[in-house]
Design a protein around this ligand. Structure first.
Ligand SMILES: [Fe+2]
Length: 119
């Protein structure tokens, strides 16, 4: 399980965070959301009470939405975040296509017959 230091435990830093500090704080927040999802789902799995299970799983889904919100903030704060996330997603899509026996998914960066010709 990831273990991040809490940079603000017990006191608020003087002044406002720099962009670098804000990005690091949001990454910590995202990790906390993932941890919350895991806890709610584990607790839902560990009970037979239908109401508690339903509420815990609903809250877990809300935490997943928070991950989406925070990730979108990072995409808007950093010029390269969206591209790096998309690069990772494309790698997984290509691996999935290979496992399915199909051709890798096409993307703007995928080579074509014409692009492989030497000049
Ligand atoms: Fe949350």
């Amino acid at each position: 399980m990831p273990s991040f230091a809490n940079p603000f435990y017990g006191n608020v830093p003087p002044g406002k965070m720099s962009l670098y500090e804000l990005v690091r704080a949001i990454r910590l927040d995202i990790a906390g959301e993932h941890e919350a999802v895991s806890l709610y789902q584990a607790h839902a799995d560990a009970t037979d009470n239908p109401l508690a299970k339903k509420v815990l799983l609903d809250i877990a889904d809300e935490e997943r939405e928070h991950i989406g919100e925070l990730t979108q903030v990072l995409r808007m704060l950093l010029d390269d975040e969206a591209q790096l996330l998309e690069n990772g997603a494309e790698e997984v899509k290509e691996m999935a296509a290979e496992l399915e026996g199909g051709a890798p998914s096409t993307s703007a960066e995928a080579p074509t017959v014409g692009s492989l010709k030497e000049d």
